[in-house]
Design a protein around this ligand. Sequence first.
Ligand code: NAD
Length: 347
Amino acid sequence: MNPNSANAARVLVTGGAGYIGAHCAVALLDAGYDVTLVDDLSRGHLSLVDGVRSITGVDVDFRRIDIRDVSGLTACLVETRPACVLHLAGLKVIAESQRDPVLYFDVNVGGTVALLSAMTAAGVSRLVFSSSASVYSAQAPLPVAEDALVAAQHPYAATKLAVEQMLSDIATADERWCFASLRYFNPLGAHPSAFIGEVPPADATNLMPSLLATVLGRRDHLTIYGRGCATPDGSPMRDFIHVMDLAEGHVSAVNYVVSSAGGTHQVFNLGTGRGTTVLALVAAMARVHGAPVPVVIEAPRPGDLPVSCACVHRATNVLRWRAARDVTTMCADALRWERRRLMVPAP
Ligand code: NAD
């Protein structure tokens, strides 16, 4: 029970033991919602649920359920009666989606169909969905607006587009439903308490885990993929967004779907609207850490864009939300979390 608000409305968060789900849980509890976290723990961690409890002082309700289990989910929804579902459960590794596309369609698309079936049975009709900026075509003009051309380059993005299309078709056919899809740009960082953050696999190749491993001496250099880009320092440019800003954007999206008339599916970019080069991010981390970070620059991998940046007008105007934290804060919070997670003492 959330002590911030008596009789608070409840939000059920799928993927609630994951990186973004745990931060959303904190932001929802801070905003006065109650939460139920659902996760099958295939990629999530109970330690993150405990971290949410430590930060908020709330004995958060956690259920271990696979979202493809319609009867398990239905029972949970009937019991907890959420005003809204925040649907983050899914698989997110692009290379894995290319190796095992059927698994990705099963979990990301089949899992969403199962969730919608359970919501139908339980009479819950508001849902916010985790989508991704990877759905945009490489030809989309910058900054990328929500109505820009989409084109999935890999099965992971195809699963996100398939779900978005499904939500649009359902909202058009049945006006009881109200959906929002949030296309995240590049979430980084951790809660400033260092009780929750990203728990990457040991062989992770994505930027922040690789940067932290380099800073903490577990790798001898950071490889940056992309040289000669049309950016001030030639390295790729991204729209990095602090995970707590992203989480607060979810609270705004929940407020939006809970108060909207049915029959709608609206898509929102969640980014800062500002591009930062990868070398500028590395420089920010070096300042926070107090030592240079060795880098090796290599050719881009297939599908890597030189520049990506969100147009955030729709989120600003409709959700009344805007990202506030800068890249230095993202680096400082990520490093504080990683030191605590790996029990590396501060210098
Ligand atoms: P994560 O892997 O940390 O969290 C996803 C959670 O979903 C995990 O806890 C996992 O155990 C759970 N899950 C997976 N399959 C499940 C199933 N069948 N039933 C129940 N739970 C299941 O990833 P994250 O970074 O927190 O991402 C959350 C969502 O945001 C994902 O849908 C992802 O595609 C999307 N997204 C993430 C990023 C990013 O950079 N992190 C960017 C764009 C979109």
